[in-house]
Design a protein around this ligand. Structure first.
Ligand SMILES: [Zn+2]
Length: 344
């Protein structure tokens, strides 16, 4: 373990800062993928300390995106979703000892409702102690798929209650502004992204895999989920990756389409920064394995044929390629689209 901690070196790159937003959920002995053991979490935080990887606040990231304030390179933002009591009892003491700021995303419906959930009193204590508390919606639904039939007007009112209602409630309870949303289950579409912006949030976090930088959309910030089974090697590799910026996505990021498209297309915005022949694509509905992604080295255009016979629902897409100047370094872009016959 110690040899591993001291053995890795992060590459130094002459380019703008990139940031890895880590996402945890619960901590302890439960054999659940979202529950990281206490010993492992302590090791992961020790890794960041030993490697001198700077951990910055979500506020610093928001200011970097909106006001262009500088950030140290290869910085990390810590987020903990869902409001489990272990965020206070397990994670906070470890993070405090390391001097790492962090953000907890809670949904008011669960606050104080179960023995394993944080209470408003806990959250007030944490907020007074400098912990950032933000919104994870009101009831933690999949925002794109309400579980009862709704017309468009009802749907819009429901979304506003989930997004604005939760923001207002947390602000009333904690007397602090709420400026960030984590989409429950990482689910969003173009309407939800737009409404999040209109309702006064400054940032919104997805569960799409990747790192972010100043060119990233503040309402589609990728994260790295850390699971119980995430190895230290995988964890360490997160900090050697960079964003891959893409445009002309078809389907678009968050688009709802009625039929499964025959192909996915994207254009890599700076094709000279990558080795195009190393491009690989992973689409969760198409299988568990990375497949070669044909990238035109001149235009950066990528076209991937989707095999027929797929299922409807969320399509999470990740595209990676090796950096041309530092081939040990991967660049990654992630997005999603939704195949659904009905609008809501
Ligand atoms: Zn959640």
């Amino acid at each position: 373990m110690t040899a591993f901690l001291f053995g890795c070196r992060k590459p130094v790159l002459p380019e703008p800062s990139s940031v890895t937003v880590l996402c945890f959920h619960n901590f302890g002995d439960r054999k659940n993928p979202y529950c990281v053991s206490v010993a492992r979490f302590a090791e992961e935080m020790r890794f960041l300390e030993v490697q001198k990887i700077p951990v910055v606040s979500l506020r610093a990231l928001a200011d970097h995106l909106w006001k262009k304030t500088p950030l140290p390179d290869q910085a990390v933002v810590m987020t903990i979703d869902d409001g489990y009591k272990t965020a206070k009892d397990v994670a906070w003491p470890i993070l405090k000892r390391c001097g790492f700021p962090f953000t907890v995303y809670v949904y008011p419906h669960a606050v104080g409702r179960f023995p394993s959930a944080l209470t408003w009193e806990d959250l007030r204590l944490m907020a007074r102690g400098g912990v950032d508390i933000e919104s994870h919606s009101m009831t933690h639904p999949l925002l794109t798929h309400p579980d009862k039939p709704m017309n468009r007007k009802e749907y819009r009112a429901w979304i506003d209650e989930e997004l604005a209602g939760s923001k207002r409630r947390i602000e009333e309870e904690l007397h602090r502004p709420v400026t960030s949303l984590a989409y429950p289950f990482g689910g969003y579409d173009e309407y939800i992204v737009e409404r999040t912006r209109e309702l006064g949030y400054e940032t919104a976090l997805t569960c799409d895999d990747g790192s972010v930088d100043q060119k990233s959309d503040p309402y589609r910030l990728d994260r790295r989920l850390v699971f119980r089974q995430t190895s230290l090697k995988t964890f360490a590799a997160y900090f050697t990756q960079r964003p891959l910026h893409v445009g002309d996505l078809s389907p678009r990021d968050g688009e709802r389409v009625k039929e499964i498209p025959a192909e996915i297309t994207a254009r890599i915005l700076e094709p000279r920064t990558i080795l195009p022949e190393t491009g690989q694509i992973l689409i969760d509905k198409v299988g568990k394995h990375w497949r070669p992604a044909p990238i035109n080295p001149k235009t950066g255009e990528m076209r991937f044929q989707i095999p027929p016979g797929g299922r409807r629902g969320y399509y999470f897409v990740s595209l990676i390629a090796k950096d041309r100047a530092h081939p040990a370094l991967l660049r990654e872009a992630s997005w999603l689209f939704i195949v659904r016959k009905k609008h809501i």
